[in-house]
Design a protein around this ligand. Structure first.
Ligand code: ZN
Length: 312
């Protein structure tokens, strides 16, 4: 359980509700959803002394995804196939002490499949567990949510993220540490991507800007757009990222349809409506061209923020 940083409320829930069979793990990418999943599954199937031991045959089977009793139904399967898989929940486990149905990316689960799942959640067997993983439980049927214990991963405090990064990756300087914390929005997985160098500055600024825009947080929008004068390339990369992102958002808003893979922030921005989104897109386009003639980045930042906040 110590592998999961922070989130004491989840640890408390799991201690109190040790006999629950159906869980929803809710949180954005990088919030520790799969760390929590590992803990949940391994603590139940482990045959070692200190569960989860990570060393016994059951733990090893889980880690290598080689257990026949741990099933990962694809949420986008046609309902007939999905139901066939889910209905095996009534059969006894063959290898482990219990069975798990792990439903990942549940935000994309079709309603038919949700209904098929619901039937099994109604009368769970003692040996069967269901774990649903999603960005937000809002994307699931209320009837599903009400039958599960919801474990919501919460953002961590700055000092917790800093300590954890330095402990895992060592000292890499204050500037990088501050950037990782800023780009993480409180979620360790994101902070790790930045701190370990997996993610570049334009990507992390994109996320920071979209989050600020989705919540119309003026100060954070300005912060996400502010670059050192020598870093014009990074500013240009960010504008390119924003143009790409808004192209997709514009399509979603125009056709009034959901495209899977959007982040929570992007979904919120879709709800701004087509006109406003088009105006923001145009502002990025003007910036992309205009910056070649006027290199003053802070001027363009002010322009972008102003256009972004216009309620059209
Ligand atoms: Zn074990």
């Amino acid at each position: 359980m110590n592998k999961l940083i922070g989130n004491e409320h989840i640890k408390k829930t799991l201690t109190e509700k040790s006999n629950v069979r159906s869980f929803i793990i809710e949180g954005p990418e990088g919030s520790g959803r799969h760390t929590l999943l590992d803990i949940l599954v391994m603590s139940k199937i482990c045959t070692g002394d200190h569960r989860p031991c990570g060393k016994c045959a059951a733990c090893k089977r889980y880690e290598s995804k080689n257990s026949i009793d741990i099933v990962y139904p694809d949420v986008e399967l046609p309902v007939k196939e999905f139901r066939e898989i889910i209905n095996t929940a009534i059969e006894y486990p063959r290898e482990e002490k219990c069975k798990f149905y792990i439903i990942d990316n549940a935000d994309d689960m079709k309603v038919h499949n949700q209904n098929a799942l619901l039937k099994n959640l109604e009368e769970p067997f003692d040996f069967t567990y269901f774990i649903i993983i999603c960005n937000t439980k809002e994307s699931l049927l209320k009837t599903i949510v009400s039958r599960c214990t919801v474990l919501t991963l919460k953002p961590l405090e700055e000092h917790v993220i800093k300590d954890s990064l330095v402990k895992k990756y060592g000292e890499k300087g204050e500037e990088l540490l501050a950037r990782a914390v800023l780009g993480s929005r409180g979620f360790l997985g994101r902070a790790e991507e930045i701190y370990s160098g997996k993610k570049n500055i334009a990507d992390e600024r994109y996320n920071a800007f979209m989050n600020a825009l989705a919540h119309e947080n003026l100060a954070e929008m300005v912060l996400a757009l502010s670059f050192d004068n020598k870093k014009r390339n990074e500013f240009n990369d960010l504008i390119d990222n924003l143009l790409n992102g808004f192209k997709t958002i514009l399509v979603c808003a125009g056709y009034k349809k959901e495209i899977s893979g959007l982040s929570n922030e992007e979904r919120l921005i879709v709800s701004f409506g087509e006109k406003r989104i088009k105006n923001i897109y145009d502002a990025f386009m003007k910036t992309k061209i205009g910056i070649k003639f006027n290199v003053n980045m802070s001027l363009w930042s002010v322009y972008i923020v102003k256009e972004c906040l216009k309620k059209i």
